[in-house]
Ligand binder design. Structure first.
Ligand code: 1GP
Length: 250
């Protein structure tokens, strides 16, 4: 099966071209904010949209995807909080296993339930090891998943978890402090993880400035995800995109 989106991420990693993803939480965008976010993202060279959330209250996910698809060519990748967020009108889905936690539902249970719908869909399926890291506050993902994050300074736990995820066969590792985290990942943790695995590393949660995005790219992240800061002011997308796309790992 072809994997155009995953291959574009791997190509970026090989060429040391960092990728920028804007996360859209359908509950948090008004129609006006969504169109403005898409417009700025398209003009700023954003590489992908993630769409989804740990908890979605309103049923606007399919419409949001349709709006994005009708306005631009940026690929839309579902970042699902549960199997209820599988939408066939997206381009791809991160099939997340929450490998930082010990909740079997989020390691395999939801996946078993979702498998027939995923098989039926045309979605590109990207197996992703998701590692939640303490970002200084209790986030929705921590509460909803009923799991404890990796402690902020425990680089060795994050590193071994990522290594195990890669050995199991996961194609991406997503290090995330959770949406709206007080502080983002440490550069030392991103470095420890990226130096010890070969698959691309995604970094997200609490990244609000171009400086933070650039620092995490230099530490070894292959993709940066920004949600909350873009919701507050989509204008920040342009500066962060520039910082990411001009970064290379040292
Ligand atoms: C959350 O990594 C994403 O899963 C984005 O986090 O909303 O804090 O940017 P923010």
């Amino acid at each position: 099966m072809e994997e155009p989106i995953y291959q574009s991420i791997v190509q970026g990693q090989r060429k040391r071209q960092k990728k920028f993803t804007v996360l859209i939480d359908p509950d948090k965008v008004t129609p006006e904010l969504l169109v403005r976010t898409i417009d700025i993202s398209a003009r700023s060279g954003v590489d992908y949209f993630f769409i989804g959330g740990s908890l979605i209250v309103n049923d606007t996910l399919p419409e949001c995807i349709d709006v994005i698809k009708s306005c631009c060519d940026i690929p839309v990748i579902i970042f699902p909080g549960s199997r209820l967020q599988i939408q066939p009108n997206a381009d791809a889905i991160l099939l997340l296993s929450m490998i930082s936690g010990r909740n079997p539902e989020l390691l395999i249970g939801q996946h078993v339930m979702a498998a027939p719908a995923l098989r039926e869909s045309q979605l590109e399926i990207i197996s992703t090891g998701y590692i939640l890291v303490d970002g200084g506050n209790e986030t929705t993902v921590s509460y909803i998943s009923n799991t404890r994050p990796v402690p902020y300074h425990k680089n060795d736990i994050a590193m071994c978890t990522a290594m195990a995820g890669e050995m199991i066969g996961m194609k991406l590792i997503y290090l995330d402090c959770g949406s709206g985290a007080l502080h983002c990942l440490s550069e030392s943790m991103v470095k420890a993880v990226s130096e010890n695995i070969d698959v691309p590393v995604i970094a997200g949660g609490g990244i609000t400035t171009p400086e933070k995005a650039r620092a995490l790219c230099k530490a070894g992240a292959d993709m940066i995800v920004v949600g909350t800061a873009a919701e507050k002011d989509p204008a920040v997308i342009s500066a962060i995109s520039q910082a990411i796309h001009s970064s290379i790992a040292v």
